[in-house]
Design a protein around this ligand. Structure first.
Ligand code: CUK
Ligand code: CUA
Length: 764
């Protein structure tokens, strides 16, 4: 301890006085040297220059990627492809305390199905909230295909706030996609099943009793939450509904959902029937579902929906009668349906067809108006003839899947799964413009703000299913490969391979980084999962511990480098609840909290209040501590949970005395004086420049003086103990001054570095 203090002082001195390491001996390499040594081409150099983001600089776009089976969202930046964050969504995420503190557990618990916790998710499609069809950077939504659920993430703090369980589906896929003003979020079923919960029907009754559907979740923008009571669904035939999209502009008010296996085939190779794959791709066409959702919402308001599992469902019969549901044939096993930015066309690509089919919304509407239908499906839904709905079909290549749009009018990009290529083409004129190979087998692709009415162009990301030979091998399970492609010129250029080591991310969306305005701290005492004041919050000096019966409740605080309280006492079997408020205001001063072996963890960012709760069911001594390296005295941010046997009485009431001498005391006093000199020199520097022009520095300086302010009265205290020759108390109170000084110096030096790196100017 004493040694460490000395080391810390000399480190602080070195930093404060600007001492530097010894000079390097070898001459620096030239750019040409490096190209030669690393065997790089001019093209490589160009790609590097297009993606490299120098230290201290920031990326242009922020991407939100599905975390696939990890049930999380991965946030990364474009063009550098640097990962910024994993957001716990359907799955516990220990770092953020997600699923290990009571407040976040309450969110995960919303995702329970039939009373059971489901702690993973098969996330597919993230969607950014829109205003007038443009990304607004306020919310993010993502679906869980396996356990039909949808989550709401608030982009003010990148935290999951809500999970809703689909009330009638047993799986889903066509979500999350938002309406142009994010008043609804769509979620379409995948594998048909009886809509009533826990109801069994044999596969022989598939056509009669199994159903698909599409759910429209009502979103309250002000509250930032889905309103389940105002949400509704449409019953659909047992065709496997797939991807969906909302109309926009001229097609606003309508939504589109395609399907595969409209053969309604149920396999049964065990009974000698041909397998699923054969039966589900027998017909030449499947169906695009065309739905007037605005009118559907009115029909629900008029009380014409049926309650299934307590949820409003418009039955097919009603939908047909009210004229809000139509089908259009689409080529064999289609996958993506993507509405063009102008809202005039829907692009459908079929896995087993080499064409993309561009449907015209205008033509579809004309057919509906004229009552021109080629037939009805087995459930009485009018079918519009394919020719009456098509604008153009374009042969692109093998296995076209998903389509995204460019900032340039009429330009689209479609992924070709089998060909492992991206095709650039013109959907107005129906011609191919360019192709580029990717590595390998692309699923989705994504352009900047490519789902919005105003795509930003510039970059495209190919989400490849296989990475094969791209990276250093890490075993049979390979990372996924997101390839960055420059689309700002006529010819596409491959820039970068990014291994994604978490789940199979199906889709990703990217937004202009300038549109995101996340906070850096919470209002003190906030429950971040409800966005409301946390009832367990306290301010400095209000900390307390209470025991009532077998319930121990702690209202504690965290601030560098101290946990209040320092000890928590309980008896075996007590229920312990600990509320912790991070009193910091400084940016990035997160404290973590855990109690040994009780499987709990909280991440407490500045201003946040978090609760952890557990049953102290085992006698013993359990250290608790801060889990984030938050300051030079982070390791001392500790305490003990003492779980006593029932009825235990102390026999010894004093703590062991230290063996401090006068010399120790004098050394500590000198250390305090030395450190003060550093602080003075840093303060002199900061006040000699225009630091007030840097809000981050102003916050740090404020915080530093806050820390220094805590030394008030301590000098008198240690001197009084010294006068009585109580060297232990004299030494430790002097030491306490130094602890505050270290935090002050730490902040001061951070402020100084920031100012030096951000071009602070001398003031006279
Ligand atoms: S899906 Cu996975 S490649 Cu779920 Cu959008 Cu197409
Ligand atoms: Cu707080 Cu470490």
């Amino acid at each position: 301890m004493k040694n460490m203090n000395k080391r810390t002082v000399s480190l602080l001195l070195a930093a404060g006085l600007g001492l530097s390491a010894a000079a390097v001996s070898a001459a620096p390499e030239s750019l040409q040297d490096v190209l030669k040594r690393r065997n790089l081409s001019q093209q490589d150099l160009l790609a590097a220059a297009k993606t490299y983001v120098p230290t201290g600089k920031r990326d242009e776009f922020v991407a939100f990627s599905s975390g696939g089976q990890s049930g999380q969202v991965i946030v990364y930046a474009i063009p550098s492809m640097r990962i910024l964050k994993y957001i716990g969504v359907f799955t516990p995420e220990p770092w953020q305390g997600y699923g290990f503190d009571e407040n976040s557990k309450a969110v995960l618990d919303q995702g329970k199905i039939d009373g059971k916790s489901i702690t993973w998710g098969d996330t597919h499609h993230p969607a950014i909230s829109e205003t007038n069809g443009e990304y607004d950077g306020q919310f993010l939504f993502i679906n869980d295909k396996a356990n039909p659920r949808l989550a709401v993430i608030d982009l003010r703090d990148f935290e999951t706030k809500q999970i809703v369980v689909n009330p009638i589906f047993k799986s889903e896929h066509g979500g999350a996609f938002v309406s142009p003003n994010t008043d609804y979020i769509i979620e379409a079923a995948q594998y048909a099943a009886p809509l009533e919960n826990k109801k069994f029907f044999p596969l022989e009754e598939f056509n009669e009793k199994y159903r698909g559907g599409v759910t429209y979740w009502k979103f309250d923008r002000k509250e930032g939450r889905i309103v389940t009571k105002e949400s509704f669904s449409l019953e659909l035939p047992p065709y496997s509904q797939d991807l969906s999209d909302f109309g926009k502009g001229p097609s606003d008010g309508w939504s589109f959902t395609n399907s595969f296996c409209s053969e309604r085939y149920v396999g049964g190779i065990e009974k000698g029937r041909p397998p699923y794959e054969a039966g589900c791709s027998a017909k030449d066409t499947d169906y695009l579902h065309v739905i007037n959702w605005k009118k559907a919402a009115e029909i629900v308001k008029a009380g014409k929906a049926k309650k299934i599992n307590g949820h409003d469902v418009i039955m097919m019969e009603t939908a047909v009668k009210e004229g809000i549901l139509f089908l259009v044939p689409e080529p064999k096993s289609p996958h993506g349906v993507d509405v063009t930015p102008d809202g005039k066309f829907m692009v459908v690509a079929g896995k087993l067809d080499t064409h993309v089919s561009v449907y015209s919304f205008e033509k579809i509407q004309a057919a509906i108006k004229a009552g021109k239908f080629e037939s009805k499906d087995p459930y009485g839904i009018p079918v519009i003839g394919m020719k009456d709905a098509l604008h153009v079909q374009v042969p692109l290549g093998l296995g076209p899947l998903h389509t995204q749009y460019d900032s340039k009018a009429c330009v689209a990009y479609t992924s070709l799964y089998v060909d492992s290529q991206v095709a650039k083409w013109n959907f107005c004129e129906g011609k191919v413009l360019d192709k580029i190979s990717v590595h390998y087998n692309i699923g989705h692709l994504m352009t900047m703000e490519g789902d919005s009415t105003k795509p930003a162009g510039k970059y495209l990301v190919a989400l490849n299913k296989l990475a094969i030979d791209r990276f250093v091998p890490v075993g049979p399970l390979h990372p996924q490969n997101h390839q960055l492609i420059d689309i700002s010129n006529d010819k596409m250029q491959l820039l970068y391979d990014m291994p994604l080591p978490l789940g199979e991310p199906h889709y990703v969306v990217a937004i202009d980084a300038k549109k995101l305005k996340p906070g850096v701290r919470y209002k003190v005492g906030t429950d971040s999962r409800t966005d409301k004041p946390h009832p367990g919050a306290v301010r400095a000096g209000e900390e307390k511990t209470e025991k009532k019966g077998n319930k121990v409740t702690v209202w504690g605080t965290l601030i560098r480098s101290h946990i209040t309280p320092e000890t928590i006492e309980a008896e075996v079997g007590d229920e312990v609840t600990i509320h912790l408020t991070n009193l910091e205001r400084a940016q990035d001063e997160t404290h973590g909290f855990t109690v040994s072996t009780y499987n709990l963890h909280a991440s407490v960012e500045p201003g946040k209040t978090v609760t952890v709760k557990f049953k102290a069911d085992k006698e013993g001594v359990y250290p608790y501590y801060c889990t984030e390296f938050c300051s030079a005295l982070h390791l001392e941010m500790q305490g003990y949970l003492l779980v006593k046997p029932k009825g235990w009485k102390p026999t010894k009431t004093t703590l062991a005395k230290g063996t401090y001498t006068e010399a120790d005391y004098k050394a500590t006093v000198k250390k305090v004086a030395d450190t003060q000199a550093i602080i003075d020199s840093v303060v002199a520097y900061i006040t000699s420049v225009n630091y007030k022009d840097f809000p981050d520095v102003v916050a740090m300086v404020e915080d530093a003086f806050d820390q220094l302010g805590k030394t008030k009265g301590l000098k008198e205290k240690h001197e009084a103990f010294a006068a009585k020759k109580d060297w232990e108390n004299a030494n430790l109170w002097a030491e306490q001054i130094w602890q505050y000084q270290v935090k002050t110096a730490d902040l001061g030096l951070r402020a100084k570095t920031y100012l030096e790196q951000n071009g602070a100017k001398k003031i006279k």
